[in-house]
Structure formats: C-alpha cells, structure tokens
Design a protein around this ligand. Structure first.
Ligand SMILES: Cc1cc2nc3c(=O)[nH]c(=O)nc-3n(C[C@H](O)[C@H](O)[C@H](O)COP(=O)(O)O)c2cc1C
Length: 150
C-alpha cells in the first residue's frame, strides 16, 4: 500500500516572479535529493500565495517528510487536506515535480474550477490530484518540446 498525503500551506517568502521561481527551484532540488533517497514521489503546486503538495510513498517516510516540511519557515500554517492509502502512486516518475502558477497554465486551473484566487481550504484532495496530473502532463509536454527544439 502506498500512503498519500495532501496538504496546503501559505507561502511566507515575498518577492516577484523571479524570486518565487528561485525559491521554488531550491525547494524542488532539495526535495528531489531527499525524496529519491526515501522513495517519496509527488507534486508541488505553487500559486504564489499557496503551496499545495502531494506526497506519496511508504507511510513512515511520508510522515517524516511531511514533519520536516511543516517546520520549514518558507511557508506557514501547513494544513493536511487528506491522508489515504492507495494501491498505486499517482506520480511514479516524479521525486517532486513543481509547477508555478503562471499565465501559461491559467486555463488548466480554470478547467479544474479553480478561479484566479485559489481557496485551498475549499479544495477536495481528488480535485487537487487531478489538477496536479494535468499540470504534470503540461510540464512534460513542454520539456519534450524543448528537447525537440534544442
Ligand atoms: C512547500 C515546501 C515543500 C517541500 N517539499 C519537500 C519535499 O517534498 N521533500 C523534502 O525533502 N523537502 C521538502 N521541502 C524542504 C524541506 O522543508 C527541508 O528544507 C529539506 O527537506 C531539508 O533538506 P536538507 O536537510 O537535505 O537540506 C519543502 C519545503 C517547502 C517550503
């Protein structure tokens, strides 16, 4: 059984898009290092005000990863949306994918009924996972395009 945890938190690092992107890249690179060691996969959605993250893996590893993340002062008020055991990982190939909410992906959010101002407290975990899967597909297609173009 795979343990899956979904939470959201409020970003506490101020700055413009460039600063936010740097912040996100730092978080994602530390995550990839630790999560590959711990067998944790998932996805991190960052809409500039909110982080929404899905963590999946062995229960003890997911719990210790979440406890470490919750202490990070780059965000505050981490709130668990849902924990459940699932038969398979939703993000098997991502030690931690990250997507910044930019105009480019606005339509994807709107297609999931998430308006310009996201209200994570109103989101259901299934809705979050569906959004993250679409963002992941978009990121993958973009990378593929870059490789072909390069
Ligand atoms: C929103 C957010 C999500 C994070 N996600 C992860 C994660 O999935 N895995 C992880 O190891 N660290 C994650 N971190 C970073 C941890 O809080 C912590 O800085 C890091 O694990 C420390 O790693 P180190 O001791 O290898 O430097 C996240 C931090 C934030 C703010």
């Amino acid at each position: 059984m795979i343990h899956q945890l979904v939470y959201y938190s409020r970003n506490t690092v101020p700055g413009g898009d460039r600063q936010m992107l740097t912040n996100l890249r730092e978080i994602v690179s530390a995550s990839q290092r630790n999560n590959s060691r711990d067998g944790v996969t998932g996805f991190l959605i960052f809409d500039k005000t909110w982080f929404v993250q899905i963590l999946e893996g062995e229960r003890a590893r997911v719990t210790e990863t979440y406890n470490r993340i919750a202490r990070d002062n780059r965000h505050a008020a981490a709130t668990i949306v849902n924990v459940q055991d699932v038969t398979a990982r939703a993000f098997p190939n991502w030690t931690m994918g990250g997507a910044l909410r930019t105009l480019e992906v606005q339509e994807i959010y709107l297609a999931h009924n998430i308006g310009t101002i996201m209200e994570p407290a109103k989101l259901k975990s299934a809705q979050i996972i569906d959004l993250a899967l679409d963002l992941q597909a978009f990121e993958q297609a973009k990378r593929q395009g870059q490789r072909l173009a390069g």
